[in-house]
Design a protein around this ligand. Sequence first.
Ligand code: ADP
Ligand code: ASP
Ligand code: MG
Length: 417
Amino acid sequence: MSPTVPRIVMKFGGTSVADLDRIRAVAEKVRKQVEAGCEVAVVVSAMSGVTNRLVGYCRDLSPRHDEREYDTVVATGEQVTSGLLAIALQNLGIKARSWLGWQIPLRTDDAHGKARIESIDGTALIRSMQAGEVPVCAGFQGIGPDGRITTLGRGGSDTSAVALAAALKADRCDIYTDVDGIYTTDPRIVTKARKLHRITYEEMLELASVGAKVLQTRSVELAMKERVRVQVLSSFNDGPAPAEGHLPGSLVVDEDEIVEQEQVAGIAYSRDEAKLSVRRVPDRPGIAAAVFGPLSDANVNVDMIVQSTGDDGMTNMTFTVSKNDLARAIAALDAHRATIQYGELLTDNDVVKISVVGVGMRSHAGVASTMFRTLAERNINVQVISTSEIKVSVLIAAEYTELAVRALHTAYGLDAA
Ligand code: ADP
Ligand code: ASP
Ligand code: MG
């Protein structure tokens, strides 16, 4: 291979391959990239709605199903689209074939339903590209240590694409989706959201981890570690194939590639939060361990935490867990009621976590106070707070999601002109 031939991984998400017309349009996009003189490997998601339906089948049959069989079922969505896109490419006269995770092979650990990639052998895919073929890889899936099919967690095709880009030493990983880039917040709820032409790995990682689902968190983690150039762009535009220097989407880059650093890069929200309050617990050393030990033993991740103690020697612990873990968390606390000695356990599902993120926070004071003042002016009660070096998050009632995100977007000067 001539070292000057650019190598691009193109990933297409669920709405981009939602039906046969969309798959034909994707094939056209791939054709343009090939005709621009690139070696191309493609990664596809399942058609939109398909994974949800497959997950539903497993849950309906048995709420406590075998995770290995769950993976066998949910991985099929991507198998269908990889074959269909290969056919659509062949119809355009492009040599193409489908590759399933086990055929590549893309090896993972055995954590079914949320497996981590351990290694990818890129030899066969590179040989295929060098022979003038386009490999169309099923995203989201891999093969576990015992030879069984695994999946990488919801949204995992982004991670498949970035990992393949690293393994194939691609020049870029283009993530095609239903918006034309990464915005200051979800453009579907804030019409004044502004497109970011560049964003740092660190900010994107933080935004993804607090709910901006435009990229799966692990894909950003991996891109940062492997120095993969990731571009997010729309599959719904009919432009020419993007060429280096004329990239139409948003690029995830190192901090030193950003000229002007804003105080806040973006705002995200997560509806996947449930609040628990363990109330009237005798305040004593070891109480936090007594509450959180059983949760960790039950594999429940605790996110935000606040403790408030009264004059009467009693304390309240309020914290959040993923909505999916709520039932397990309640059961674990209930089983340890005698040792924790709590008066009552309250839960609330109607909450949302709103986060503001920016590396500029390291050098600017006042980001948190602007957040609290803005919410207070709208009469929105803050229930729990948590912070990191480049993030402030608050938990509020879910009904205020849009109002809060829009108000904060304006308050931090992020609105598009
Ligand atoms: P795909 O199926 O292509 O993987 P996703 O639905 O997973 O697409 O991700 C794209 C969606 O992410 C957009 O439709 C948008 O609503 C949402 N989103 C959330 N936050 C942001 C953001 N900051 N910038 C762009 N899109 C965002
Ligand atoms: N189809 C999978 C999902 O819906 C993976 C992906 O789309 O990235 O989660
Ligand atoms: Mg996605």
